[in-house]
Design a protein around this ligand. Structure first.
Ligand SMILES: [Zn+2]
Length: 174
């Protein structure tokens, strides 16, 4: 950040009075620009023994596989964001289940959350951000071509839990 979004004057990276972290502060109007982590919400869409994955048509990680997920919009709940992204990327409208994983990425300033989601019908397709959308059995998951560590860890834990017949919320730190 170089210029103030309010008055266009230059900004400086300083610790404001009473604060303990560096913030961008406008040299002219003194506006403090707080930067906070972004939340990515998605689903684990399950149809029978299979899970729905999307091959990314956009950077980052173009051509790699992911669970449908994306940045929350203002005015949304995490549940709404997860379902919206699932429709936008995979044209699927599963029934939302419990929260499955909360992934903290302090180095990337992000939090990724994934909900279990039950597909009552095998209806899906490639949204504009997906090259391909496909139902995968565990044995066929392209583990080497998964786009993000949060997706790999969420999928691994999903299959482990299913084998053991347990339901639990996973907190995963990266
Ligand atoms: Zn300003």
């Amino acid at each position: 950040m170089k210029f103030c979004g309010h008055c266009s004057a230059p900004v400086s990276l300083v610790i404001p009075q009473g604060d303990n972290r560096h913030r961008y502060v406008c040299d002219k109007c003194d506006f403090i620009f707080y930067e906070n982590p972004r939340i990515i919400a998605g689903t684990i869409p399950v149809f029978g023994s299979k899970v729905l994955l999307c091959k990314r048509a956009i950077e980052p990680r173009l051509g790699y596989w992911t669970l449908p997920a994306g940045f929350m919009e203002n005015g949304e709940t995490t549940q709404q964001a997860a379902l919206r992204e699932t429709y936008e990327e995979a044209y699927a409208s599963p029934e939302l289940g419990p929260l499955f994983s909360v992934c903290n990425l302090p180095k990337g300033n992000q939090v990724h959350v994934f909900y279990l989601a039950h597909m009552t019908v095998a209806e899906y397709g490639s949204g504009p951000e997906s090259l391909e959308v496909k139902l995968y059995d565990e044995a066929d998951i392209p583990w080497d071509d998964i786009a993000f560590g949060t997706v790999t860890q969420t999928l691994k834990r999903f299959f482990e839990d299913r084998k053991q017949g347990i339901e639990q919320l996973h907190h995963i730190d990266f």
